[in-house]
Design a protein around this ligand. Structure first.
Ligand SMILES: [Cu+2]
Length: 434
């Protein structure tokens, strides 16, 4: 309650007014005045959206030395475009989603100015992305991630809060876990800054945990990568038989260079049930028990859109063009390059098997852990198919063959190589070696 009072936007809000009048009516005029005094310290910038992004912390006491990262996400609704030609007009099926988005102004800067609240609400409206924006941090970083709930523009009857839940991640504090029963959720118009310490490298994922079956089916699914401190070793450091050079990148702190990669690509497995999304858009009862996904997606797109390197846009119901699906799944590499695929499954309904045709995938990590036994022996293995359930992730390294050409990554659940009623498409993308 205090936070609301401290954050008047364009003067005093309805909440503030009613609270103040309540306090005054109760004879608590002194209390009301002291709240006003507390809320307006001399020279302080007032905003209804406050993000925290300090220049220094106890762990990172030197300003400008790195290690403190800040982000700002908005949560709300939006539209995406599926890969089918569903009405024979050449236009893909538009689907209503809930998700997160980043603001065009980028991330907050340490010690920087507060965002303009009107701009955040205007830019965040109907801006939801599939997948949600990727969060990428280095081991030992502290991340201050602010989330503003901008509300669902097409569902003014809904007052759903949202959260950020880092799936399978060792949290700095349970209050930031995002499971609404056990931590806090962010109501419409509110902003909370989550605090994280990146302790262990790996491929993680995040999602909203409010009414998870609904909000996740609706698209609140993002990738989360923690990069290992091994990337920052001095050049010339000996790692087993590998000598670290400046710019070398690894999936994990492997100690032997075995997870080194030249290029990396996100592969977020997911799927949507258009009936569920249409029911949500049309304010109808949601078919939870009948949830049956019919669009099978990598990074929020079905083939052939997966192999389109461009940002996909969708015109929202207000007529504005939104960058709805920014992440291409097209994988490009030169012959011999090591390709790290960071694969995650965030489907709420299905196990998916992802395969490569002719190119073995070397599995080096599972569920954000280096694949080794307790004695430190590598348990890496090569395979042409990998099955992940919802909430699982895998790090695989594919070595681009010496022969230039186009290779495929595709689901071996062959009935899912479709975009709803349209045959040929779905969960597939291309590795182009040239
Ligand atoms: Cu949510």
């Amino acid at each position: 309650m205090k936070a609301d009072i401290l954050r008047p936007f364009s003067g005093v809000s309805m909440t503030d007014q009613s609270l103040l009048s309540l306090l005054m009516a109760s004879g608590l005029i002194a209390a009301a005045i002291s709240i006003l005094l507390v809320s307006l310290p001399a020279g302080a910038q007032q905003s209804s959206i406050n993000v925290q992004c300090p220049e220094t912390t106890l762990l990172h006491p030197t300003a400008g030395a790195g290690g403190i990262k800040c982000g700002h996400l908005v949560a709300g609704d939006g539209m995406v475009t599926m890969a089918d030609d569903y009405q024979g007009t050449g236009a893909g099926k538009p689907l209503y989603i809930f998700s997160f988005a980043k603001l065009p102004g980028g991330d907050p800067l340490p010690g920087g100015a507060q965002p303009n609240p009107g701009q955040v609400m205007a830019q965040g409206m109907l801006a939801a992305n599939a997948p949600a924006p990727t969060i990428s941090v280095d081991e030992d970083d502290e991340l201050f991630l602010s989330l503003t709930n901008v509300g669902m523009a097409m569902r003014p009857d809904l007052f759903d809060p949202h959260t950020v839940h880092w799936h399978g991640f060792p949290e700095a504090a349970a209050i930031f876990d995002g499971v609404p029963d056990a931590s806090i959720s962010i109501a419409m118009g509110a902003t909370l800054t989550y605090y994280y310490q990146a302790k262990d490298a790996g491929t993680y994922m995040y999602h909203c945990h409010v009414e998870a079956a609904e909000h996740m089916q609706m698209g609140m699914l993002g990738n989360l990568y923690v990069r290992p401190r091994q990337n920052k070793l001095p050049a010339g450091t000996v790692l087993g038989t590998w000598i670290h050079a400046a710019g070398n990148t690894y999936a994990y702190n492997d100690g032997d260079g075995s997870t080194r990669y030249d290029v990396e690509y996100p592969i977020q497995i997911g799927s949507f049930d258009p009936d569920f999304h249409d029911a949500s858009f049309n304010v109808q009862p949601l078919p939870f028990a009948g949830m049956r996904d019919r669009y099978f997606l990598l990074n929020g797109r079905g083939y052939p859109d997966t192999a389109n390197p461009a940002v996909l846009t969708t015109v929202d119901p207000l007529g504005n063009t939104q960058a709805s699906q920014p992440v291409s799944s097209l994988i490009t590499a030169a012959p011999g390059q090591r390709i790290l695929l960071r694969i995650s499954n965030l489907s709420v309904t299905q196990f998916y098997t992802l395969g490569t045709n002719g190119l073995p995938m070397e599995v080096v990590g599972l569920d954000a852990r280096l694949l080794r036994d307790g004695a430190g022996n590598n348990l890496y293995y090569k395979t042409n198919s990998l099955t992940l359930g919802g909430g699982q992730s895998a790090d695989v390294i594919v070595t681009a063959p010496a022969t230039a050409g186009t290779y495929f990554v595709y689901t071996k659940n062959l009935d899912r190589l479709v975009n709803d009623a349209e045959n040929f498409g779905g969960m597939m993308t291309e590795i182009r070696v040239n």
